[in-house]
Design a protein around this ligand. Sequence first.
Ligand SMILES: Cc1cc2nc3c(=O)[nH]c(=O)nc-3n(C[C@H](O)[C@H](O)[C@H](O)COP(=O)(O)OP(=O)(O)OC[C@H]3O[C@@H](n4cnc5c(N)ncnc54)[C@H](O)[C@@H]3O)c2cc1C
Length: 384
Amino acid sequence: MQQFDYIIAGAGASGLSLAWKMLHSPLSEKKILVLDQSLTPTNDKTWCFWDTADPLFADLIYQKWTQAEVSIFGKRSTKHLNDYTYYCLRSGDFYNHILSSLEDHPNFNLLETTVKELSFDGHNPILKTETNSFKADYIFQSCFTPWDKTEDHPRHPLLQHFLGWEITTSKPVFDDSFFTLMDFDQTFEDGIAFMYLLPWSRTSALIEYTIFSDTLLDKKQYEEKISIYLNNRYNLKPIDYSIERKEFGKIPMEDRPHKPWYKPGILNLGTIGGVTKPSTGYTFKRIQKQTDAIVEDLLSKGTLEPQPPSKKRFKAYDLWLLQIIDQHPKDAFRIFNHLLKNNSLDDVFRFLAEESSIRDDLKIMNSVPVCPFPESYLEDSWTP
Ligand SMILES: Cc1cc2nc3c(=O)[nH]c(=O)nc-3n(C[C@H](O)[C@H](O)[C@H](O)COP(=O)(O)OP(=O)(O)OC[C@H]3O[C@@H](n4cnc5c(N)ncnc54)[C@H](O)[C@@H]3O)c2cc1C
């Protein structure tokens, strides 16, 4: 059986972020195996996040904005970002850049294969494919859910689901000085739903119809909403634009407790490592935090001591919101609207990035309608 120091199983956002950080640290002296079922870079995702300083992967940033449009109770307004910039990068650029750097390094081995099983033999974590077995000191995996299907059910099985079109228009219609963060569907036909629009230029944009709910729609239904929106907002008929690419996503709004380990020596990474912010679906920046901490632990201690992705009070706010989205979606809709109406976007972003103080949090809480705070959640999330 071939032995490695570390195995990274799954070369998506989290696996490649970790590999990239290992490559640029003394850990590059270790023997590292990176596997994925496909190592062909594809533009299947557009990752956005906000940051105060120059972000990591700055050379890969495709577009950035310091103004955002929000539509609150049907009224449109543009909000300025002073402390943060909103950045966007394309997954194809990210995969390409990192995979080609890893290919050039003698200590990194890339293998395109499907992982069949991850186990622990009493001494080492083991990874099995159809034809091979590998062992390592640590395996970092983003392939398999750590939840036992028969026992571990989420309390509120919510998803953030969306379908997006990247379009090119025959006439200049977009204002690329701002992006549209949330243009709420006031009809409430699909529950809490909104348009998200990232203009790349006056004639091209990614537009997504996004819903927070437990039920996926038929793909045609998301597309119909986008088509109607383009017509109503920009007077664009199907003949006025071409669809260059489609993007579909369903991100779990996870309310189960954080499970750092899949098996002994096998750490869960990225979304299945509980890193996705439950109430928003934003993950990319939190993956950077998780992978920074892993590299730091390995360098300083040689072992891993994973921390929960959120402080307890932020976890409690998220669980509170999930419960309202699930059981009282109209109240959640009002909360989102008031949150955006009564606060600066910097304050909202600071709160959602979990960089706010308790005083900031109280200001945010006072700005939204009063809703019950379920006691059971408080107990769960505040108990050490
Ligand atoms: C369309 C879309 C857009 C998103 N946009 C944003 C955004 O703007 N901002 C943000 O913060 N978050 C966003 N997210 C959420 C999150 O950032 C992404 O889902 C991100 O890709 C999660 O990273 P990950 O490493 O956990 O999973 P992935 O990137 O999905 O990586 C998992 C990898 O494991 C591989 N794999 C799985 N099973 C096996 C197996 N058995 N054998 C071998 N390989 C396997 C897969 O091929 C994949 O490459 C988005 C998600 C989606 C789906």
